[in-house]
Design a protein around this ligand. Structure first.
Ligand SMILES: [Zn+2]
Length: 323
């Protein structure tokens, strides 16, 4: 009887589920993606999560005896040992014992970690930082999550809150962030942050093809319209992405100064527009970093949308193997 790991990545917007074989291959390359229902509260997110796991088991017609365990990636901050989502304001979740609930409902071992740590782990074991000892990872997506593998091990800090790269302040006088800080990278450079800045620009009367596409309706701003406008040479869109590059480069300089990693891997939906911000990001990084950064030290995730799923596989597998 073949054995599998059940894998899930609960994101702010989407939840991804898959079945991984023991050697780390996603079965049939099948990834079920469903909306996360984060606006409906913790119980709705949980019911949705369980529904997706059952759908994947049904899809492959596998029963519980064939599943070795469940690996879960979720937005932090988390208590990894207790398997609790401590506080995720964007998800409307507070002190939620996700791992215990899954353990009880599915009757199998469950391991959970935050999406940033899992991304870093997957990149260091299998991806762009393969076999290198010091690998940092950041997703620039709905939010900006981070993770660090240092000397080959995931560095979680003393309270599971290390590598919160999205909450470094890059504008000290900027808007207040829910974390308490001001002008956080996440507020400015994430997909959510970009939409906020675009809405302000519409209100300020700025003109762009990115806004023409949506009739200047601030509710409809989207990164994809900005990228399309940039591809057509729209000045506003090109400027916007150059500033995005400066935000990211400023943050990267701090991370390189603090950790001196072998590589820094960037992932997330926003990086799909890298052609429009990469050069400015690297210029800003090299201007601000203490030690000269080789361009090869900054990479983009190839696993990207699936990197957390691979990390969740590694997490549960290594946990069960090591006891
Ligand atoms: Zn913050």
């Amino acid at each position: 009887m073949e054995k599998y790991y059940l894998i899930m990545d609960i994101g702010m917007t989407k939840t991804t589920c898959a079945l991984f074989s023991e050697d780390g291959t996603p079965k049939d390359d099948y990834f079920l993606v469903v909306p996360s229902k984060t606006k409906e509260g913790a119980e709705a997110v949980y019911a949705n999560t369980c529904g997706a796991l059952h759908s994947v088991m049904d899809h492959f017609n596998v029963d519980r005896e064939q599943i070795l365990g469940i690996g879960v990636g979720a937005p932090g901050p988390l208590d990894v040992e207790r398997g609790v989502i401590i506080d995720s304001p964007m998800m409307g979740v507070h002190e939620f014992p996700l791992a215990d609930r899954l353990k009880k409902d599915f009757g199998m071992p469950v391991r959970m970690d935050n999406d940033g740590n899992l991304g870093a782990m997957a990149e260091q074991r299998l991806g762009e930082g393969k076999s290198l000892p010091n690998v940092l990872y950041m997703t620039v997506s709905t939010g900006c999550g981070g993770g660090a593998v240092l000397n080959g091990r995931v560095f979680r800090g003393s309270h599971d809150s290390a590598a919160e790269f999205g909450h470094i302040s890059i504008d000290p006088e900027g808007d207040r962030c829910p974390c308490g800080n001001r002008g956080c990278l996440e507020l400015l450079a994430s997909g959510t942050g970009m939409r906020t800045l675009m809405r302000r620009d519409i209100a300020a009367g700025k003109k762009s093809k990115a806004f023409e596409a949506i009739g200047y309706d601030p509710e409809k701003v989207e990164g994809k319209y900005l990228t399309e406008a940039a591809a057509e040479g729209d000045e506003y869109a090109l400027d916007f992405y150059r500033r995005e590059g400066r935000f990211l480069g400023r943050a990267l300089a701090t991370f390189f100064n603090c950790f001196d990693p072998d590589v820094f891997v960037l992932g997330g939906g926003v990086t799909k527009a890298k052609a429009y911000f990469h050069d400015e990001m690297m210029r800003e990084l090299s201007e601000r970093a203490i030690r000269k950064v080789d361009p090869e030290q900054v990479k983009y995730s190839v696993m990207n949308d699936r990197v957390v799923a691979y990390g969740a596989y590694l997490l549960i597998k290594e946990y069960l193997e090591q006891g």
